[in-house]
Design a protein around this ligand. Structure first.
Ligand code: SF4
Ligand code: SF4
Length: 182
């Protein structure tokens, strides 16, 4: 996913759509995705960049995922689409993944007694063959781009060829796979 983050108007339609898609209570904070008034590390921004008002936050789908490495039960894995997923039956809430994630992307689902995070609507929309996530489809400002990075003709591949971007907390060595367009 890529974000044209400066276009965000903080309407939180994405958050509402995500919670509806995933059966999460509306008031739950930092569940799957959220909008932050950034308090990001200064090195994420270059001199002369315009001031950012709102930042879209969620699992960064790290190529080197600390959550996956930290799980003592080998419950966390990467699916064929590259999405970091959870074998729910193996999760015993030791919370090592929650502690290991530098992006605070994982939360506890008290009903299912597992840790959870954004999975790009893999079990709902993508499973039905749809091409958009709930957050992308609901965003009135066209902040969000989603698609197949292995397809050079996909909209997200093209936008990443055309625009400069940065990623978050790259100094952690996580190789995040979410992109913020400059
Ligand atoms: Fe795991 Fe956090 Fe990286 Fe997502 S952002 S893959 S939850 S370490
Ligand atoms: Fe920002 Fe779009 Fe989410 Fe509204 S729906 S808060 S504009 S990312």
């Amino acid at each position: 996913m890529a974000f044209d983050y400066k276009l965000c108007i903080n309407c939180r339609a994405c958050e509402v759509a995500c919670k509806e898609e995933n059966g999460i209570l509306l008031g739950a904070d930092k569940h799957r995705l959220w909008i932050e008034h950034p308090d990001l590390d200064a090195e994420d921004f270059k001199p002369g960049e315009s001031v950012v008002n709102f930042m879209q936050m969620q699992c960064q789908e790290c190529e080197n995922a600390p959550c996956l490495e930290a799980c003592p039960n080998e419950a966390i894995y990467r699916d064929p689409n590259g999405i970091v997923r959870l074998h729910e039956e193996k999760c015993d809430l030791t919370l090592e993944c929650v502690k290991a994630c530098p992006y605070n992307a994982r939360y506890i689902d008290h009903k299912k007694r597992i840790t959870d995070k954004c999975i790009f609507c893999a079990d709902t929309r993508l499973a039905r063959g749809e091409k958009t996530t709930a957050c992308q489809a609901s965003c009135p400002a066209k902040v969000r781009y989603f698609g197949d990075l292995d397809d050079p003709r996909s909209e997200i591949s093209i936008i990443l060829q055309e625009r400069e971007y940065f990623q978050l907390k790259t100094e952690k060595g996580t190789k995040p796979r979410l992109y913020y367009l400059k």
